[in-house]
Ligand binder design. Sequence first.
Ligand code: SF4
Length: 403
Amino acid sequence: MPIYSHSRLATYETCPLQYRYAYVEKVELEPEIETIEIFMGSRVHEALEKLYRDLKLSKVNVLEDLLAHYEENWEKNWSEDVKIVRKEYSEQNYRDTGRKCITDYYDRYKPFSDSRTLGLEQIILIEIEGYRLRGFIDRLAQKSDGYYEIHDYKTSQYLPMQRYFDEDRQLALYQMGVENLWGDAKSVDLIWHYLVHDKEIRSRRSAEAIEKLKAEVAALIERIEMAEEEGKFPAKESELCSWCEYQVLCPRHKHIVATSEMPVNKFLKDPGVKLVNQYARLVEEKRAFLDGVEAEMEQLKEAIIAYAKREGVEVIRGSDKKLSVKIDTKAKFPTKEEEERAELDALLKNAGKWMEVSDLNVYALARAMQRGGWSQELVKKIEKYQKLEEQYRLTLSALREEE
Ligand code: SF4
């Protein structure tokens, strides 16, 4: 049975296809792709972990020691493979931001005597309706008044509003784990440190809110397990795609990625690029009412569909346009003019299903078959009349600057 985590659930919510690559197929990319945001966050976490680990043994680091630890880890771990998505910023910009996060945190909380640290990277195990979840708390602490504190460090550039924190799932799940592990943890504060903004945000959860969350988490895991059974993990594009490490595999991005680094002469000879450029030209000619465009376009569409199937792509990049290719299959039954129709009519009448599809509306029949609920025996008989016909839709749009 899989062990879930907040990030695993969040990945599914962000994009089911990304979830498939990460947790179902467990794809290991070579070289491993790490974004600079993740890299910088890890280095800052390491420095703050050192601060509190040493404090447990009564050693108070001066700020310079922590920064030296940060710089050393940056050097040791840095690789040219770390991906910088926002090209207007350099490695040094991120490195300086991490330093500032540590400095501001240090200045705000020194001499760090507000609470006693109970655990760093504290592992938490939770069980909800038979599903197991695991998490790691950046810092678990207790105040002198007995209040537990769950601290989470964030190095995101984006600062959400208070409502987000009051509904946040991650730390509320950790609260459940803390309450299970320590009998005296009746009062728990959830605390986020938005280090880039030098901001501390707090929230608390009532017993009712925790119960509601449990039901939501169980329902989400059920949905995920259903998707696994059905093998349905559709791609869900968003602005987060730019930070997705699986772009090289994703049908919506892999052609764009593969062609983005090509020298111009090679790029223009790429079969996908040529098809899109040709298609874009024909769209222009059609708009200008030129003769013979329709026939050429139909031929070209066939070539594009064949290319998309062969290469496993859904978006193809051209010089200044990209083409989205959507291929669906739709069930079709014989029409009134076709021979098999009489047999199908009789089959449905004998099965007592005739009224459901009236004078046999084949579209209604297709919908009923898709809906399910009829006996397997009947479905099998009807399926003999069914043909699967491919459908496609092409959408041409402008490339964004970063593509
Ligand atoms: S690139 Fe976007 S659509 Fe593709 S798998 Fe990643 S998140 Fe999903």
